[in-house]
Write a protein that binds this ligand. Structure first.
Ligand SMILES: Cc1ncc(COP(=O)(O)O)c(C=O)c1O
Length: 340
């Protein structure tokens, strides 16, 4: 077996979810669908979904329409996590380097270790990334740059003009848009028609609220998909239930678009309410904010815990102390944030 695997450390979330009413620690949906909506999904399931291999062709076309690309511009992946792995499997990374940021989705580092690639880490000096720092990190061994946009956990967003600056270096750029739907920012998917060195990852896990279904997409030029990425895909990357659920989402798309609006306006309102209470917080371009953990002699982490809300605590670049990452969820409107 591969000896280096012994040295790789994998973490599993150890928090007992059953202790909480709301679990914000993994950016999942917590707000239940109305029964009359969810029942439409249940009614669509047939026994053949279990007996037979899934029909991915039909779904691929529907997802391509959603992202306004051609069917040959994407492959379906079991979550965007697997999209990331697909990229490491496709590039000649061993002994070379890739570039990402110090604050990033942890799986970028896990796959770098698995595939024996060094990371040239770009440091966040403040809550916003400077793309020139990313460009300066490129050297002759750099295979690709991978950034989440908006970033997780910091929540800053890079404009398409900044992404074009990165693309103009000629290095392959991977943009992980896991959180794009809950922002009012532009996706960079349309740039795949201009740049053959761009690959974009999308997912149904986050704003669409389907993390348990494990459905994502890897989007790139037709040549990249046909000649490279499609070669390493699994035979049937997602289950028939995943197919059914995404078809259900797309059939009731206006319901989900409405939910995205609720996430955006709800977060804006909650920021204003908390700021009105004098709460110290940092807003982000994503659907969360950072609230200073200790304020007015109160430990807000404890306060949230007492209200059975699970959150994560972060340190932030250029900021003192600990900060609670507070993801907005419509269900939070039922809670009394007595932070002041
Ligand atoms: C930035 C980012 N990318 C990708 C993922 C993976 O999501 P999934 O595999 O569920 O699509 C996550 C999950 O937390 C994430 O935060």
């Amino acid at each position: 077996m591969k000896k280096h695997l012994q040295d790789i450390v994998r973490y599993q979330t150890k928090v007992d979810r059953n202790k909480y009413d709301i679990f914000l620690g993994q950016n999942e949906r917590n707000t239940y669908l109305p029964d009359e909506v969810f029942d439409n999904f249940l009614a669509s399931i047939e026994q053949t979904d279990i007996f037979q291999y899934p029909d991915l062709d039909r779904l691929q076309l529907k997802i391509a329409n959603l992202y306004n690309v051609d069917k040959d511009n994407l492959i379906i992946t079991p979550g965007s996590d697997n999209g990331i792995k697909t990229i490491f499997e496709t590039f000649e990374v061993q002994g070379k380097n890739i570039i990402t940021t110090d604050y990033c989705f942890p799986m970028y580092k896990v796959y770098s270790n698995l595939f024996k690639t060094a990371i040239n880490t770009v440091e966040y000096k403040s809550m916003r990334l400077d793309v020139d720092d990313v460009i300066n990190a490129i050297n002759s061994d750099t295979q690709f740059i991978i950034l989440a946009n908006p970033n997780s956990p910091l929540g800053d967003y890079q404009s398409n003009d900044n992404i074009k600056k990165l693309l103009d270096t000629g290095i392959h750029i991977i943009i992980d848009e896991a959180y794009i739907e809950s922002t009012d920012k532009e996706s960079c998917v349309p740039l795949i028609n201009e740049y053959s060195n761009l690959t974009v990852l999308r997912t149904f896990s986050k704003a669409y609220g389907a993390a348990g279904m494990r459905v994502g997409s890897l989007i790139s030029s037709k040549e990249n998909i046909t000649d490279y990425f499609s070669k390493v895909r699994a035979m049937y990357p997602i289950s028939s239930l995943g197919v059914r659920y995404i078809e259900f989402i797309l059939k009731h798309h206006s319901f989900f678009l409405n939910y995205f609006d609720k996430l955006k306006t709800g977060k804006k309102n909650l920021v204003e309410i908390l700021q009105g209470q004098g709460v110290e917080l940092i807003d982000t371009d994503a659907c969360w904010m950072f609230v200073k953990r200790t304020q007015n002699d109160k430990d807000l982490f404890e306060e949230l815990n007492n209200q059975l809300i699970h959150v994560r605590v972060n340190t932030l670049p250029g900021q003192q102390g600990d900060w609670i990452k507070l993801n907005y969820e419509p269900i939070l409107e039922n809670y009394d944030f007595n932070f002041s």
